[in-house]
Design a protein around this ligand. Structure first.
Ligand SMILES: Cc1cc2nc3c(=O)[nH]c(=O)nc-3n(C[C@H](O)[C@H](O)[C@H](O)COP(=O)(O)O)c2cc1C
Length: 166
């Protein structure tokens, strides 16, 4: 059973389709105690490739200090998000880009395991159309997974939400 669950919430809507999918998942998985990072409520600054993390540990920008600590401590990360233009909504994309600190720890500073402890990742997607975008978003997620000791263990998508009542 997971002890430290971190939700990366990518929808601007508190009670939309993504929230419903997330709540269903948490209930089915019996996960009652989870921490949530709400990407639209607290939008991360974008990575501007300042180069700080190529030579030093951590990020030059202070806004995600708590997030990094929670991410490194997590044993399950649940990404719950709508699909925007066959990708992640901008604030969630910014958050994923900020995981570049771990990429540069690994490949610029030679740290073998930037995060020692492993974590599972579950990706929950909603999309308005009928096309299943799981493969496209899984592909976009891959680089972040490889440098954060993370394994995508499950994905779920609800398609055709546009025009569907909640
Ligand atoms: C800017 C924007 C881009 C979108 N792009 C796509 C898309 O590429 N494919 C798709 O099927 N739906 C797309 N949608 C529809 C959303 O994925 C869909 O309405 C989603 O279920 C909304 O979730 P929510 O109720 O949690 O906000 C887009 C919506 C917005 C606002």
């Amino acid at each position: 059973m997971y002890q430290r669950v971190l939700i990366l919430y990518g929808s601007p809507h508190e009670n939309g389709h993504t929230r419903r999918l997330l709540d269903d998942y948490l209930a089915r998985a019996g996960l009652t105690d989870a921490r949530r990072f709400d990407c639209f409520a607290t939008p991360p600054l974008p990575c501007d490739d300042c180069g700080h993390c190529k030579t030093a540990a951590g990020c030059s920008k202070p806004d995600l200090r708590e997030f990094y600590a929670a991410f490194e401590a997590s044993d399950l990360v649940v990404i719950a998000t709508p699909v925007y233009n066959r990708g992640f909504p901008a604030p969630l994309k910014a958050l994923l880009d900020r995981l570049q600190v771990y990429y540069n720890a690994r490949f610029a500073r030679g740290v073998k395991k930037p995060i020692e402890t492993p974590r599972d990742v579950v990706m929950l997607l909603t999309c308005g159309g009928r096309d299943d975008c799981t493969a496209a978003l899984t592909e976009q997620l891959k680089p972040a997974l490889t440098v954060t000791n993370a394994t995508l263990t499950a994905t779920q998508i609800v398609c055709g939400t546009d025009g569907e009542p909640l």
